[in-house]
Design a protein around this ligand. Structure first.
Ligand SMILES: Nc1ncnc2c1ncn2[C@@H]1O[C@H](COP(=O)(O)OP(=O)(O)O)[C@@H](O)[C@H]1O
Ligand SMILES: CC(=O)OP(=O)(O)O
Ligand SMILES: [Mg+2]
Length: 412
């Protein structure tokens, strides 16, 4: 029997998203999500697509990522898709921080694990969850290749002028302080899919990608290569996010220590978990914020305005970086679903050739689509991201290459 299936695990700080795909047709056999890991109210949602089966939901505490993965494994087994299947070729993992070293998908061994662990201080919300996902999967299937696909990889093409902070070079080099960028798998997939939507080759088009999920980042992609992105050493820099502040005068931190008497850990928590939309108005979900705005809630209105103001600044900046822009594209939970965010971010940018058609913008769809008027100089688009498909594709390509032609024949 040939092994053509890939399980993809996207372990976030408090969730695990997963997909099982058959790489012969890149079809999804099962998809699911474990949310609110570590809380009393954890929830698992599993859909066995291969059998057209109903979505199954279960609630109850899932204490950590190891327990989450075991629960996922049990759900898959119920559909005969368990991790023990000989049809499984590999497990692909999203790993958020790969530092400077990992520019390509990588088969995980002890050295790779050690490097992901070394990078925990610069991705404290993400790399520990990624590591637990990998270790638990290794324990369940020690014989199977596990592949890491790094969020940072796509951004390694950024020129030094964009990647370096203007601080003392020796200090920066000693501590490997530079801008790495994140969500790269999404930026790569979406920029390519945008070129396809425009009917042009990726090498020909310049795109500004706005990945607006819970974490949010923008990138400027010239001819298929990233030249600038908004996240930096860590996923804290840049846009206003669900719970993260994004850009900030670094002196705010000195002030909070010296005048506010706060510890570094308290400030870390403040900026990563109690800031952004949550910090501004108490909610991080854009649906809830829009509902409150529509009811006339002033705090929610200000939070929304600050979110949009930052987004607009980045659109303008990346327009200038690229010089010529073919498309501005919205993706991820907010970008794909929140029409008011798209409308407000593009409003009053006609002089840049940017506009949104209200009717097209109001359409709800899972398809990649244009939302700019037909005569627009620059396309504005919504392109759903698919990090899991991209990770599966990269994982399968790598494992197929590594196994070589000979091993395929064994046992067939
Ligand atoms: N219909 C919707 N309208 C507005 N915002 C939405 C909608 N659906 C999802 N979102 C937003 O998308 C966010 C999650 O995006 P997602 O890309 O899944 O994030 P992550 O991968 O970081 O968990 C939610 O916090 C919510 O704000
Ligand atoms: C890197 C990052 O911010 O990821 P996420 O949006 O999944 O939190
Ligand atoms: Mg995401």
């Amino acid at each position: 029997m040939s092994s053509t299936r890939v399980l993809v695990l996207n372990s976030g700080s408090s969730s695990v998203k997963y997909q099982l795909l058959d790489m012969r047709d890149r079809g999804r056999l099962a998809v699911g999500l474990v949310e609110r890991i570590g809380e009393e109210t954890s929830r698992l949602r599993h859909t066995p697509l291969h059998s057209g089966g109903e979505t199954r939901e279960s609630a109850g505490p899932v204490p950590d990522h190891e327990a989450a993965l075991k629960a996922v494994s049990a759900e898959l087994a119920k559909d005969g898709l368990g991790l023990d299947s000989p049809e499984l070729a590999a497990i692909g993992h999203r790993v958020v921080h790969g530092g400077k070293r990992f520019t390509e998908p990588t088969v995980i061994d002890d050295t790779v694990l050690a490097e992901i662990e070394r990078l925990i201080p610069v991705a404290p919300l993400h790399n520990p969850a990624n590591l637990t996902g990998i270790r638990t999967a290794q324990a369940l299937r020690p014989d199977l290749p596990q592949v890491a696909v790094f969020d940072t990889a796509f951004h390694t093409t950024m020129p030094e002028s964009a990647a370096r902070y203007a601080i003392d070079v020796r200090t920066a080099d000693e501590h490997r302080i530079r801008r790495y960028g994140f969500h790269g798998t999404s930026h790569a997939y979406v920029s390519r899919a945008t070129a396809e939507l425009l009917g042009r080759a990726p090498e020909e088009v310049n795109v500004i990608v706005l990945h607006l999920g819970n974490g949010a980042s923008a990138s400027a992609v010239r001819g298929g290569k990233c030249v600038e992105t908004s996240m930096g050493l860590t996923p804290l820099e840049g846009l206003v996010m669900g719970t993260r502040s994004g850009d900030l005068d670094p002196a705010v931190i000195f002030h909070l220590v010296r005048v506010g008497g706060m510890s570094m850990d308290e400030i870390d928590t403040l900026l990563n978990k109690r800031s952004g939309l949550t910090g501004l108005c108490g909610d991080n979900d854009m649906r809830e914020i829009r509902r409150r705005v529509d009811e006339g809630d002033e705090r929610a209105r200000l939070a929304f305005d600050i979110y949009i103001h930052r987004l607009k600044k980045y659109i303008g900046a990346y327009y200038a970086v690229l010089g010529r822009v073919d498309a501005v594209v919205f993706t991820a939970g907010v970008g794909e679903n929140a029409a008011p965010v798209r409308e407000a971010a593009i409003a009053d940018l006609e002089t840049l050739g940017l506009a949104v058609d209200a009717e097209l913008n109001a359409v709800r769809s899972d398809e990649a689509r244009l939302i700019s008027p037909a005569d627009s100089r620059v396309a504005v688009a919504v392109v759903p991201t698919d990090e899991e498909l991209e990770i599966a594709t990269q994982t399968y390509a790598l494992v197929g290459r590594d196994r070589g032609a000979g091993s395929e024949r064994v046992g067939e």
